[in-house]
Design a binder for this molecule. Structure first.
Ligand code: NAD
Ligand code: GLY
Length: 402
């Protein structure tokens, strides 16, 4: 599994505009760095274009007290991401004094397993990793979750740094310290809370990301507006199409503000005992859709966009959400070009309901929902009667495509 790098590689394009000739690069707003305050587990989230090339000095300065000489940095990535970005990160780490080893995990959720974790433990052991070793996760949410879990557990915990390269990972999975792997049919069933020491977000990595992945990540960005910040939501709704094309000058702001909102929530409820549940707005039905379709039909963001519409309609049935807010949410997702917001007629509502009551957010068999009081304010823990959920899902069946 360990590989030594000998050649420099360049990022591909995947049909998205190259950053070097892009107007947002010349005129765009700078990203804001974000601080997540958790006492001794506090860390910075840096949002800056071109940051990958400065990973070494940032990690040396902010994580190991300035002296990286001889320290082992293990960069965990997948072959595709490694090919595009591994050499840049490695060179920067080596220039800063780290001894670097690259470890590859095959791409895909199917590799987010204990078997992968075990192989990574073996590679760390073979490299004589010790408590001074830094684990660097370079990739999407799968890599961040697996590498973070390895860092949480090897030698009773290693420092780790997240360098997320998908929009979803930049605005969600790299921040907040949830790490883990899937187990049998249970998604994220084995895991830990292990905060990174630093998150390095380079928006330029998004230019190689397929547009469908970008749109999927944008669902989580829009979620932050819906649950926490109405002005942010309104900006996102206006800019949605341009954000998916990476032609919006608000891209860095969208990433920074998302990280800020997640940071503010995690600071209040690190271990997910109350408020943090609002980050799962739309995920109850969304997860059910992903499970019923065996993770083959929807990208995560596509499923939770549908789930957020469900949550709005369920909120209406529960007498909490205004129809006008549901309409604004639907419009925002339409502006972003989500292909489907209605409930597919081929998915039996009975199957969805059955999965809801088994969802980990259920208490005493009754599904509890994060519901929308108004755009900018979602609250957790609302028990909703099955009949009301059924009515909402029936209404969503009738929702036409954009
Ligand atoms: P992913 O990690 O599978 O990445 C999606 C695809 O994009 C992969 O094929 C990857 O190789 C490719 N890719 C990554 N960066 C790229 C780039 N810059 N250019 C081109 N291709 C690139 O998927 P994801 O959506 O990033 O993450 C999903 C995972 O995140 C799930 O396992 C989910 O459970 C987890 N997650 C965790 C948290 C958390 O708090 N820990 C939160 C949300 C999601
Ligand atoms: N993605 C939800 C959380 O981090 O709690």
């Amino acid at each position: 599994m360990p590989t030594r790098r000998t050649t420099e590689t360049r990022a591909g394009r995947n049909g998205v505009t190259d950053p070097s000739d892009h107007k947002t690069r010349r005129n765009g707003h700078a990203g804001r760095d974000v601080h997540l305050a958790l006492g001794p587990r506090s860390y910075d989230i840096l949002v800056r274009r071109g940051l990958l090339a400065h990973a070494g000095p940032e990690i040396a300065g902010r994580v190991v007290g300035g002296d990286a000489r001889g320290r082992l940095a293990v960069v965990i990535s997948n072959p595709k991401v490694d090919q595009s970005y591994g050499a840049t990160v490695t060179r920067s780490l080596e220039d800063a004094g780290f001894r670097v080893r690259a470890l590859a995990v095959p791409a895909g959720e199917v590799h987010k397993t204990l078997a992968t974790v075990r192989r990574l433990y073996g590679s760390l052991h073979a490299e004589a990793a010790d408590r001074r070793t830094i684990v660097v996760a370079l990739g999407g949410g799968v890599i961040g979750d697996v590498a973070g879990y390895v860092a949480a557990t090897y030698a009773r915990g290693l420092d780790f740094v997240q360098i997320p390269t998908t929009l979803l990972a930049q605005v969600d999975s790299s921040v907040g310290g949830k790490v883990g792997v899937n187990f049998d049919s249970g998604k994220n069933l084995i895991g830990a809370f292990h905060q990174p020491r630093l998150v390095l977000i380079d928006p330029d990595t998004l230019y190689t990301l397929p547009r469908r992945e970008l749109r999927s990540g944008l669902a989580e960005v829009i979620k932050y507006g819906i649950i926490y910040d109405k002005a942010f939501f309104q900006m996102l709704s206006r800019e949605a199409a341009a954000l998916v094309r990476l032609s919006s000058e608000h891209l860095e702001d969208a990433i920074s503000r998302s990280c800020e909102i997640k940071a503010r929530v995690v600071e209040q409820d690190e271990r997910d005992e109350g408020l943090r549940a609002i980050l799962n707005f739309g995920h109850t039905v969304g997860h059910a859709l992903e499970a019923i379709t065996r993770y083959r039909i929807y990208r995560h963001g596509e499923a939770i966009a549908i789930g957020m519409v469900s949550a709005c309609l369920i909120g209406e049935e529960a007498g909490l959400t205004e129809g006008a807010d549901t309409a604004a949410v639907i419009q925002a997702f339409r502006n972003a070009g989500f292909p489907q917001l209605g409930l597919d007629g081929r998915l039996p509502i009975e199957d969805i309901l059955r999965l809801l009551s088994w969802d980990k957010k259920a208490v005493d068999g009754a599904a509890r929902f994060v519901l929308l009081e108004r755009i900018g304010r979602a609250t957790p823990g609302h028990p909703v009667a099955e009949a009301a959920i059924r009515r909402a899902l029936e209404r969503q069946r009738g929702l036409s495509a954009p």
